[in-house]
Design a binder for this molecule. Structure first.
Ligand code: ADP
Ligand code: MG
Length: 529
């Protein structure tokens, strides 16, 4: 009775019905992205509520853009987003495997296997597979790392561009690798419209689309010290409500003089502390500019806050609010500075201890440039992972089939109904080679059977060649996947599937709060009382 009252305003589905609906949601979700899987996957055209369009092949982008409301679908999308954050790739794979695990689990439930038993079997299969991956790993050399980055970009852009971006990603990764760690945030991206995607270039050091403020200043030099000002060298802007009571003819003049004296004394302070270069967030007034030029202090102004932060990290400088009060300790160090034309636009390029690299992303439209930027971020993420830990697995479905065969052998030794769950989990894993084949226009089941047969004859490294649909050696073809991506996809998908299997009750709160006020009033007008 009490429960009834509490749950008055909720809809409720429970037990098998809840599971059935949740599995349906998962399958529908996977259906939305499965066709993008692999190099032959198709693109999706996404349209937002303002009519803006985006063409993409990236599973997680599709899912994050679609405003999915179903709570279970949201759990799977969140697994896919985690995959993106942690491994930068494998997002579609995660969703497809997870949905397939749930579909197979549902079949077992219908045969009378309890969801908790299935969950236990799935967890065992996951652990077994993570251990078995050790037998499939390849220690990668540089060419193989490059090939793995290309594999991860496959199908996202045209082939020449995939190669080009894979090369730039690896170069960028190598530039920022220090003490065995590579942090992708140390590569800045500048978007420059016009030109072709293939004009995208990488610059060593931190680049900003900026010119120095005074043509007399020397544009290249170094090493030297740099001050980063979170403000400007400007006369104070009188506030709108400031009132100056001018009572004598000389007063305004005196006020101006005092202001320019203050500016010049700030420049004097910079000279005193030994500053060779000044970068400001705001403007620099004419007198200050002249004084800076006279003292040979190279100056850049109106630099965005996020670039100031990058500069500060690159050079080890503090962000100071006031040039007059800056001290020696606030200065950072740079190695070299120069200006160069890139794509017809002047760029200031700074080399410092920690200045990383800058990508200038080019493309004919903003949409193309955004896709270049997204793909580069993915490529760079994979490059960084592989430079830190150069371990690969065979791609093109080889790893999934190799694990599937091991799992089935292992399942035979497991007593009880968990055995069925382990087999169901192995089937789910093999949905990847099936989907790769289907998306390339081949029969999924036939291809999987051929591949499995090839594995028993020729070993673990045989994957599908999607050009002729035949099983081929993946290593000589250079189709690799980083270990981290596959591990994360296996764990992420299994954990999401298990938590969904454990749900046996879904309570839907009635979402009054989301009904707009006017609509609420109209509804009330119909007077339910
Ligand atoms: P995800 O979002 O999961 O990364 P992708 O669309 O990037 O999805 O597809 C990745 C899958 O495509 C992996 O299983 C990978 O092995 C496979 N793949 C990539 N390139 C090739 C290729 N040249 N031949 C066969 N399979 C490939
Ligand atoms: Mg991918």
């Amino acid at each position: 009775m009490a429960e009834e009252t509490i749950l008055e305003s909720t809809q409720r589905t429970s037990g098998r019905e809840a599971l059935r609906k949740n599995v349906q949601a998962a399958i529908a979700l996977a259906g939305a992205v499965r066709s993008t899987l692999g190099p032959k996957g198709l693109d999706k055209l996404l349209v937002d509520d303002q009519g803006r369009t985006l063409v993409t092949n990236d599973g997680v982008t599709v899912l994050e853009t679609a405003r999915v409301e179903h709570p279970v679908a949201k759990m799977i999308i969140s697994a896919s987003s985690t995959q993106d954050r942690v491994a930068r790739d494998g997002t579609t794979t995660t969703v497809v495997i997870c949905a397939e695990m749930l579909r197979n689990a549902w079949q077992l439930v219908r045969q009378g296997v309890h969801p908790a038993t299935i969950a236990r079997g799935f967890a065992q299969a996951e652990q077994f597979s993570l251990d078995a991956l050790g037998e499939l790993v390849i220690e990668a050399n540089v060419e193989q790392i490059q090939a793995a980055i290309e594999t991860s970009l496959a199908g996202k852009l045209d082939q020449a561009m995939e190669k080009h971006l894979a090369k730039l990603s690896l170069e960028a990764g190598e530039l920022i690798l220090s003490n065995g760690r590579a942090d992708p945030t140390r590569v800045k991206v500048i978007k420059q419209s016009g030109g072709s995607m293939l004009d995208t270039t990488l610059i060593t050091g931190l680049a900003l689309a900026k010119s120095r403020i005074h043509p007399e200043m020397k544009e290249r030099g170094g090493p030297g010290s740099i001050l980063i000002l979170d403000g400007g060298l400007e006369r104070r802007q009188p506030h709108l409500d400031t009132k100056l009571n001018i009572t004598s003819a000389g007063m305004l003049d005196a006020f101006r003089k005092a202001e320019s004296k203050s500016l010049l004394s700030q420049v004097d302070n910079l000279v005193e502390i030994g500053c060779n270069m000044l970068v400001c967030k705001e403007g620099v007034d004419e007198e200050a500019r002249q004084a800076l030029a006279n003292h040979g202090i190279l100056t850049y102004r109106r630099v965005e806050k996020k670039d100031l932060d990058l500069l500060s990290r690159s050079c080890g400088a503090n962000l100071v609010p006031d040039a007059g009060r800056a001290t020696k300790q606030d200065l950072g160090a740079f190695i070299k500075t120069r200006e160069e034309l890139r794509g017809g636009i002047n760029h200031w390029i700074l080399d410092a201890e920690d200045s990383g690299a800058t990508l200038i992303a080019r493309g004919s439209t903003d949409g193309v440039i955004d896709e270049v930027e997204r793909c580069f971020a993915d490529g760079l993420g994979v490059a960084c992972q592989l430079l830190e830990e150069p371990v690969l697995l065979p791609g093109a479905g080889a790893t999934q089939v190799a694990l599937g065969r091991r799992l089935r052998r292992h399942a035979e030794s497991v007593p009880g109904r968990e055995q069925m769950a382990i087999e169901a989990w192995a089937d789910a894993l093999e949905s990847i080679p099936r989907a790769l084949a289907t998306n390339a226009g081949y029969d999924g089941i036939d291809s999987l059977l051929k591949l499995t047969a090839a594995h028993s004859l020729e070993g673990d490294f045989i994957g599908l060649d999607l050009i002729d649909g035949e099983p081929k050696d993946t290593i000589s073809r250079g189709v690799f996947e980083p270990l981290k991506i596959t591990k994360q996809a296996i764990s992420g998908a299994t954990e999401a599937a298990i938590s969904i299997l454990r749900i046996d009750d879904v309570l839907w709160a009635q979402m009054d709060a989301q009904v707009p006020d006017e609509a609420q009033e109209m509804l009330q007008g119909f007077g339910a009382e």
